[in-house]
Design a protein around this ligand. Structure first.
Ligand SMILES: [Zn+2]
Length: 406
């Protein structure tokens, strides 16, 4: 059915994209949202879309859609992903979903396939959230999760707004948002689960909820030699105990719960001074919202108790809170059936990372297809997926889109 899929053409497109913002001596690239590099990558994708005779539109948050007409009008089946990367990114994250969508439509053009419904390949603005926060901005605005005005006003570290930067690179459009008939995204797993299981295709069932909290601790800096232990108000000690507690809480909540303290800064940070203040971040994730809330509550309770016991003031600030998202059972089944029919092993699995697909899930039938990441590595130039695994992923995407488009 997908005989015209050409994995070498797909790999060549990934290669061509990876040359834009290439990081010398690696296979990776650096292409933050709404930079000159992002513009060049978008221009290249738009050239490919035009060569495939797709109708190209750009909306107000800079999302690009290339749409192939169906026999009937009506909402398209949408696939796609993003072409922005983290500062030292790989060539597969996001880019694969975009070029795979184009590859399917190119195969259909070559063999004269027509579909009932239109099919669109989307390129979503600022999925990574490195230069502008929050992440998944383009898909989030498109599906009504974020306010357009807030996102256009988001500023980077130099004070430039996303709105101005999109206008500067020529991607501030006026196409209307819409609700797709269905949404399917092919993406690298960005974790070790498929490789470890020896399975080629992941049928993604859900995306973990994410909770990021910043904790500020304010105690009393003092001499490390002259201050008796009983008189200390050590913000560093409390920070360390919170970090140890986060691990314990994750293990006690169990199942999929994970907890990470990724930032811990002690002030003044000197060998002979008791830390007077500390800043730490806690990243909690779970596919179950109730369990995630339990972990959040227990962590804050622990932090308050520890701070009070040491006479340290505590300030909490929520940085990000995204509830877990479940994909559509029928569309997950479709992914699994298509993969098995092609002779691939399939693992049903949650996604540990956020993806554009989660913004579509509340509004239309949505699912994702994962292919393995070597050594589970992503967000790094060494990101790699075997050509035969790329082939498997795009074949599954092909058959799923064919079914959804009718
Ligand atoms: Zn991605």
């Amino acid at each position: 059915m997908s005989g015209s899929i050409d994995v070498e053409r797909l790999a060549a497109r990934l290669e061509e994209l990876a040359r834009i913002g290439a990081i010398e001596g690696t296979h990776g690239c650096s292409r933050l949202a709404a930079t000159d590099e992002d513009r060049a990558a978008r221009d290249l994708v738009v050239d490919w879309m035009r060569a495939l005779e797709l109708e190209v539109t750009v909306d107000a948050i800079g999302n690009v859609f290339g749409t192939r007409a169906g026999r009937t009008d009506g909402p398209p089946v949408v696939t796609g992903s993003h072409v922005d990367t983290v500062a030292r990114g790989g060539r597969y994250d996001g880019n694969l979903g975009v070029v795979a969508g184009l590859e399917v439509l190119e195969a259909w053009n070559a063999t004269g396939v027509t579909t009932e419904r239109p099919v669109a390949v989307g390129v979503f603005t600022n999925e990574e959230g490195v230069r502008f926060q929050p992440d998944m901005m383009g898909s989030g605005v498109h599906q009504g999760f974020f306010e357009l005005a807030d996102c256009l006003a988001a500023r980077d570290a130099d004070g430039l707004t996303l709105g101005d930067e999109l206008a500067r690179i020529g991607y501030a459009g006026d196409a209307e948002p819409f609700t797709p008939h269905a949404y399917v995204e092919l993406h690298i797993e960005q974790g070790p689960v498929l490789e470890e299981a020896g399975v080629t295709i992941g049928a993604v069932t859900s995306v973990q909820g994410i909770s990021w909290t910043e904790l500020l601790l304010d105690g009393q800096a003092n001499h490390a030699g002259t201050t008796p232990m009983r008189l200390r108000r050590d913000a560093g000690l409390v920070a360390a105990e919170i970090a140890a507690g986060a691990r314990r809480i994750a293990l006690e909540v169990g199942a999929d719960q994970v907890a990470t303290v990724g930032v811990m800064e002690l002030v003044p940070g000197a060998v002979n001074v008791i830390p007077g203040s500390a800043r730490l971040t806690v990243d909690l994730r779970n596919t179950d919202d109730g369990a995630l809330r339990e972990a959040e509550e227990r962590l804050l309770e622990l932090a308050r108790d520890l701070a009070e016991g040491e006479g340290v003031a505590l300030t909490e600030r929520s940085l990000v809170r995204l509830s877990p998202v479940s994909f559509d059972p029928g569309t997950i089944d479709l992914v699994e059936r298509a993969a098995r029919a092609l002779g691939h092993d399939v693992l049903r699995m949650p996604s540990g990372a956020g993806h554009d697909a989660q913004m579509f899930a509340p509004n239309c039938p949505t699912a994702m297809i994962f292919v393995p990441s070597r050594d589970g590595i992503s967000h790094d130039p060494s990101e790699f997926t075997e050509p035969k695994e790329l082939r498997a992923g795009v074949d599954v995407l092909h058959d799923v889109l064919r079914e959804l488009a009718g």
